[in-house]
Design a protein around this ligand. Sequence first.
Ligand code: ADP
Ligand code: ASP
Ligand code: MG
Length: 379
Amino acid sequence: MRLVVQKYGGTSVGTPERIRKVARRLIETQRDGCQVVAVISAMAGVTDNLLKLAQEISPEPTKCELDNLLSTGERAASALTAMAVNALGGRAISLTGAQAGILTDRNYTKAHIANVSPRQIHELLSDDYIVIVAGFQGQTPEGETTTLGRGGSDLTAIALAGALNAEACQIFTDVDGVFTCDPRIVKEAEKLHEMAYDELLEMAGSGAKVMQSRAVEFAKKFGVEFEVRSSFKKSRGTITKEETPSMEDVVIRGISLDRHQAKLSIAGVRDEPGIAGRIFSNSAKRLNTMSGVAKLSVVGIGMRSHSGVAARMFECLGRNSINIQMVSTSEIKIAVILDEKDAERAARLIHAEFGLGRLLPAASATQPLALVRRPTKAN
Ligand code: ADP
Ligand code: ASP
Ligand code: MG
């Protein structure tokens, strides 16, 4: 029998009616002949509210208590989802992360998954239950509750799909898939049909919150292919998987924006051996900090074999009087730091500049500049 892991995010279970809709989909999936494991996030806004409450009680709550508190959001939503399935005539049971066998280290609020022992899940599946797991949490070897970092229900789903050797892992969310840029910022952004783990990893690590970056890292490490898709529609979403040779034909896969950035500059640094070590061991003098900046990144594995992207990006920003404060690159990413007030306009301009939304292969891009394949790594 096919085993499917489906994860539903906060907006997808944000109201009782939406929880019932999720329950109906779970029952349908089981009736289609699948064993179903559902990972449920806290209802939209609940985790933020719990964090606010904790702050009102104590400016520095102990992390262990914080995890006890935060994990309740997912426990409530998963129990409600199980109730909804049962009320609709299905057969479901909810489990905490610990009951689902998710063992973590003791790094409270950002714990790493050390092991998954899904014995109880297997037993319940063979008794025809739809198994509903509270996302975002696990337990230490001593039995303390931990959470997996913001967006951590994605990680729960990927880890369970890997441990259960699921045939499919579906991440249901409030957009139709992964887009060329956040569709709430660039309305012309287009849904991608497929992308490589490394591309989503770079996008998620640079502010695209559609997937938790640690979840993508885990998926890459254990080869868990997954689909991000809408919980409100039936349409297919975006498959993220190991790269294939043809993926390199698309130079830029997507653009992401991270507003939560600050710039630190240190003046009067001499160019001599040992200086970096002294700065990082805390004797930095004249440290200037600047907030109100954002990071804009363009990402694509095609950049490994095509040059000219940086020049085209910088020229586009220059033509539009947007100042670049800093630049950083990786093999498949170019990122710039900009004034936050320019960030959304810059995202739209760069999106249009590279013809995204139409996803032309490099050879037929509108203004090819130096988009020529070359054998060396280059940005
Ligand atoms: P969930 O609660 O289902 O986990 P999130 O809010 O964590 O959902 O992630 C979905 C959101 O990610 C979307 O509403 C969208 O605004 C944002 N997002 C950012 N970048 C992208 C992108 N490139 N493609 C799709 N969505 C994106
Ligand atoms: N509820 C948690 C959060 O808001 C985890 C998740 O939604 O994935 O970050
Ligand atoms: Mg999320």
